[in-house]
Design a protein. Structure first.
Length: 228
């Protein structure tokens, strides 16, 4: 997780100088006859990054497997809509990612083998609020998180779709009128939900993650969508 946070903080530091130059760049853009970049519109894109997960299996009677960590890369799609009023930028973002994790550990309640937690895919649907300085956008984001989770022990396993919340922040850079790149940090928390049963009793699996996401977005205009 430290490496993920370090990567995000490095990107934030690089964007700081760009934000400081924001007003000057806007004046220069007008003076040169070039329009200031608008973030408003619909967008689709691709995204991917690195994820660090933490899980624990909670059995009846207060027995717990103990925490175990695992990590994986991920890749997927993103889409959303954005409005802009002056420097204020707000909107909605959604994403879907395929991931291939495989976390396990031996512990109380796991039987003769290991307890395992495997995330097959995950996604979020979030609101976004930020400040734009011409081509640079800094924003906070939060909303719904979901994941397809396969969990169990040596004898019993099952898969469930788990729901939770997402909270994070990001930096965007519009390098062309219709193209932008972004880097985001998000914390995903799915709580401890019933995921499988063993020895006749349900088992709650606690799950959360920290992710750093890189993305490339393209603004689209379709006749059946209202202009933003």
């Amino acid at each position: 997780m430290k490496r993920l946070l370090a990567a995000f903080l490095l990107a934030a530091a690089c964007a700081g100088s760009a934000l400081a130059d924001g007003p000057a760049r806007r004046v220069a853009a007008y003076n040169e006859g070039r329009p200031v970049i608008s973030w408003a519109g619909y967008h689709i894109g691709i995204q991917g990054g690195a994820s660090s997960w933490n899980s624990e299996h909670l059995f009846t009677g207060g027995v717990a497997s103990g925490d175990f960590d695992f990590s994986s890369g991920f890749f997927g799609a993103t889409w959303g809509s954005t409005w802009q009023r002056g420097a204020l930028v707000y909107g909605f973002d959604s994403d879907f990612s395929f991931v291939n994790t495989n976390g396990d550990r031996a512990g109380p309640g796991c039987g003769a083998g290991n307890c395992l937690t495997d995330v097959r895919y995950f996604g979020t649907s979030r609101v976004r609020l930020g400040y734009a300085a011409d081509r640079v956008l800094v924003y906070a984001t939060g909303g719904l998180a979901y994941a397809r989770v396969h969990a169990g022990n040596a004898t019993d396993q099952d898969s469930k779709t788990r729901y939770g919340w997402a909270l994070g922040a990001g930096i965007g850079w519009a390098f062309a009128p219709k193209w932008s790149a972004k880097v985001e940090y998000q914390h995903l928390d799915y709580g401890d939900g019933r995921t499988y049963a063993t020895a006749g009793s349900g088992v709650d699996v606690d799950l959360d993650a920290d992710i750093v996401r890189f993305g490339l977005n393209y603004k689209i205009e379709l006749p059946f969508l209202p202009r933003l």
